[in-house]
Write a protein that binds this ligand. Structure first.
Ligand code: IMP
Ligand code: MG
Length: 172
């Protein structure tokens, strides 16, 4: 029977997201911000993060598939849903659940930069730097974690566990 060892509680996550939200607003002055959620993993983080940012915000989604049901990155990034609006001239924050090898983020940043945003920053709830294959910047990282496979709070294994309100380490 697989077990999930709790890593961050709902309260810890909520507290950290409030800090990230305040920092994001501070860094952007009173400018409107476009938050781009990377589906599906970031949906819960995005929902809480945007509520922690005062002032004008718009929400967009990017659909990406990089894992094919396992716990190791395939290194192949597939866009399953593109943005519905132009980001030209806009301050954008790309919102991810986790940066692991960095391949997904690197691909997305290149893809979005050419569309001419006024700024493009990265917020990731989790950062797993030990496993990096390409250098990517994470401007706002919730928690830095060791190289273990985590689930919950939006993160899945084979589409399961996204609905857990906390983050835990998957132990097969
Ligand atoms: P990367 O391209 O290797 O940085 O991986 C990025 C994507 O892989 C993330 O957006 C997640 O969807 C997925 N991923 C990486 N590590 C984990 C994990 O520990 N649990 C669940 N999903 C993960
Ligand atoms: Mg993801």
């Amino acid at each position: 029977m697989p077990t999930i060892r709790p890593l961050y509680t709902e309260a810890q996550i909520a507290h950290r997201i409030k800090e990230l939200g305040a920092q994001i607003r501070k860094d952007h002055g009173d400018a409107p911000i476009t938050f781009i959620g990377v589906l599906k993993g970031s949906f819960m983080f995005l929902a809480d993060l945007v509520r922690a940012v005062d002032g004008d915000a718009t929400i967009e989604f990017l659909g990406v598939a990089s894992y094919h049901g396992g716990t190791h990155s395939s290194g192949v990034v597939q866009i399953t849903q593109d943005l519905r609006s132009s980001i030209e001239g806009r301050h954008c924050v790309l919102v991810e659940d986790i940066v692991d090898t960095g391949l997904t983020m690197d691909y997305l940043l290149r893809m979005l930069e050419v569309r001419g945003p006024k700024s493009l920053r990265v917020a990731s709830l989790l950062d797993k730097p030990e496993n990096r294959e390409v250098e990517v910047r994470v401007d706002y990282a919730g928690f830095t974690i060791p190289n273990e496979f985590v689930v919950g709070y939006g993160l899945d294994l084979g589409e399961l566990y996204r609905n857990l309100p906390f983050i835990g380490v998957y132990q097969p």
